[in-house]
Design a protein around this ligand. Sequence first.
Ligand SMILES: [Zn+2]
Length: 258
Amino acid sequence: MDRRTLLKLIGFGALETTFAVSFPSLVSAATGQEVQWGYGGERGSENWGNLSPEFQLCKTGIQQSPINLQGGIASELDAIEIDYKESPLRIFNNGHTIQVNYEPGSSIKLDGQTFNLLQFHFHDPSEHTIDKKPFDMELHLVHRNEAGALAVIGVLLKQGQHNAALQPIWDAFPTRNEPEQVVKTVKVNAEKLLPLERKVYRYFGSLTTPPCSQGVNWIVMQQPVELSQNQIQRFADLISIDARPLQPLNNRFVLRSM
Ligand SMILES: [Zn+2]
């Protein structure tokens, strides 16, 4: 089977037609109120689908993320063209994670389409697992194309060497509930956060936070990136656990670069 037919078969062909997923929003369209959610207790991930009609897919969706990445169909996937530029550090703590908003002008090319980098953020522990193995943390780089479709690059982070590229971000961690801070003297380049080897897993899934919108193009790097125990601890001190449990694969296929 050629690559194009294979991509169509597993759903990536859907990208050739226009479709859109709603972008994460915490404000209910029905009530205009912000819907509070979290990772434990009554407002934890098991109950997200009950917190708001807008969060229904968290409960009923059958293409949800994260998943366990295991096996996968070995495929000759085109390299993802990455065109990231430096951005001044725009960082905030939304109570669920530390997020860095990215200056417009950085993008990736995926199956011939351009997706612009909007922001990146972190999860502790990792959300995706490989062969059921969780990692210490996970970085998500969120992109959107003109039609509104999302593509997220996931990078698994594991304890090891100090990560110099992450440190300026770690040094600027805001305490809870502060608005976005712009640290003009600090520039970040998201490309430095990626592993050297660019083999990936690809599948179609969802946002891993409410409203759990589906149709998200997931690209998870096979090679993890290291950060130090101190860096892991510093994030944990601020955010603690912010990872959604694994979701069933259901009728989906995972592609794996050879
Ligand atoms: Zn995420």
